[in-house]
Design a protein around this ligand. Structure first.
Ligand SMILES: Cc1cc2nc3c(=O)[nH]c(=O)nc-3n(C[C@H](O)[C@H](O)[C@H](O)COP(=O)(O)OP(=O)(O)OC[C@H]3O[C@@H](n4cnc5c(N)ncnc54)[C@H](O)[C@@H]3O)c2cc1C
Length: 461
């Protein structure tokens, strides 16, 4: 992964990684590095770099969207091109909504209807999960990533299978109808009370009907993202060492991006994956059709002296609240919906946690009464970036943003935003399509349904 300093701009020269193959990585601080260079030396190196077909990409945000884009950029870039991918995140990996999410993954709506592009999304997401799991297995359980305090240990997939009991008579018919047209690779099974209770003893199945998704999973989102980042890093290292590809470089900078102008001159393309905080960029503030919605997740534990552990083979549960079981004595309960909130903090004050428990516990207990024996152990929160509802559902907002940005210069700007409440499902496909568009400089590789939000805006701008 040698860096050719003659051809690349000196502005963001990363700290050398003493052992590129090590799973320890240096969290780079760009600010001090950038100060050391002069604008004139930069413009020379930029043109030199371009003549050698080097491409420099900045990805803003290291959540589901940003890391998926990074992986796919490394995958899709032509072998003969030298590329450098710099990821910027003020909080490090998974520091936004992705890191606090419930990690529930399946391609269906709450009524068990297959989502638009559900099959592709499911496939793309599983591929990324496999990539991350392979790295997780290879690095073992005792590696620590030097990123805040989080440890890289344990498995990524916490549990397989998700069960949804019907909670009203009306829902039974809809759920039953939708089970008829499920995906083969993530099928839906209609279960009666007895069958559902054999999966989850003590489950309440008031209408004698539940939908079971045996292949759905719930994952540990931070572990997944950390492993995916390592996978990207390994891919860059391996490609550079292979002699088949030109040099590839991947860096992570812990830095707050205050405006796009801050980086514009340094990159060929910038891919904006800032989740709900995208609205804080002055160039985009108020221009994207997004609504923010804060969600609190409560963590509960079964007291050490209490009997009745949750079975290893029992699935997680979806209802008016969801119960994502991490282990036999730990579960995440989610989540609340506080629309229009601008509270980006992941910390949950005591009063907010109390209100969240008051809201979530009765909903969870309506399907799994035993949850009342579990004790509150903490809470975390994140802000969703909710896109508008379209005839195809709530789709992520993808596409080029140059029409919106004045004085864009030579840099091309792309958005992967509005992943809403299903970011885990959408991030694989959204990242893949966007990376293809970035590499080919061709937005038309993205299905128009994902870019149609722009039509109205283009007329306005
Ligand atoms: C409580 C809750 C539960 C959820 N559960 C699920 C679930 O079970 N399944 C599912 O599919 N989806 C779930 N979601 C939705 C999912 O989490 C989101 O759709 C997804 O995380 C969005 O990913 P993202 O990468 O677009 O944004 P984010 O994960 O928010 O990433 C944006 C990143 O940008 C960084 N950033 C922001 N501003 C700046 C700046 N100015 N400079 C530098 N860095 C910056 C942030 O630190 C952050 O890391 C849940 C969401 C919430 C809130």
């Amino acid at each position: 992964m040698a860096l050719n300093l003659h051809l690349l701009p000196s502005l963001r020269t990363p700290l050398p990684n003493p052992n590129p193959r090590s799973t320890h990585f240096l969290l780079l601080r760009a600010e001090s590095l950038r100060r050391s260079s002069s604008p004139s030396s930069f413009s020379t190196t930029l043109s030199l770099g371009r003549s050698k077909r080097s491409a420099r990409y900045a990805i803003l945000g290291a959540g589901f969207a940003g890391l998926s884009v990074a992986w796919h950029l490394l995958k899709h870039s032509p072998k003969e091109s030298q590329i450098r991918v710099d990821i910027f995140d003020e909080n490090g990996i998974g520091g936004g909504a992705s890191g606090v999410s419930g990690g529930l993954l399946h391609p269906y709506s709450p009524k068990a209807k297959l989502l638009w592009k559900g099959a592709e999304c499911w496939k793309e997401c599983l591929q990324l999960l496999n990539v991350a799991e392979r790295v997780n297995e290879a690095t073992g359980s005792n590696q620590i990533i030097q990123d805040f305090t989080s440890k890289f240990d344990g498995t990524i997939v916490c549990r397989r299978g998700i069960l949804r009991p019907a909670t009203s008579e009306k829902k039974v018919d809809i759920l039953m109808e939708n089970t008829q047209s499920s995906l083969h690779c993530c099928n839906l099974e209609a279960l009666d009370r007895e069958a559902a209770q054999s999966l989850v003893p003590g489950l309440c199945v008031p209408f004698d009907f539940a939908v079971y998704m045996p292949h759905a999973v719930n994952i540990h989102p931070k572990r997944y993202l950390q492993a995916l980042f390592l996978a990207c890093r390994n891919l860059a290292d391996e490609s550079s060492a292979s002699n088949i590809c030109e040099e590839r470089e991947l860096n992570l900078f812990r830095e707050t991006i205050k405006s796009l102008r801050q980086l514009a001159d340094e990159y060929d393309a910038m891919i904006i994956c800032l989740g709900a905080k995208v609205d804080m960029l002055p160039e985009l503030a108020g221009k994207l059709p997004l609504r923010s919605c804060r969600g609190v997740v409560a963590e509960l534990q079964l007291p050490i002296d209490a009997r009745g552990e949750y079975g290893d083979q029992s699935p997680s549960i979806l209802s008016d609240a969801w119960l994502a079981f991490q282990g036999p004595r730990s579960v995440s309960l989610g989540s609340t919906w506080d629309w229009k909130s601008k509270d980006y903090t992941s910390n949950v004050p005591e009063e907010e946690a109390r209100r969240a428990m008051e809201e979530l516990l009765p909903k969870a207990a309506a399907v799994y009464p035993d949850i009342r024996r579990w004790a509150f152990a903490g809470a975390r929160a994140g802000l969703r970036a909710m896109p508008p509802v379209t005839p195809h559902g709530s789709l992520p907002l993808l596409g080029s943003l140059n029409f919106m940005i004045r004085e864009a210069g030579e840099c091309l700007y792309w958005l992967v935003g509005g992943l809403g409440s299903r970011g885990l499902l959408y991030h694989g496909l959204a990242g893949n399509l966007t990376a293809q568009a970035v590499v080919s400089c061709d937005e038309s590789v993205i299905p128009s349904e994902f870019t149609s939000w722009k039509k109205k805006r283009e007329v306005l701008s």
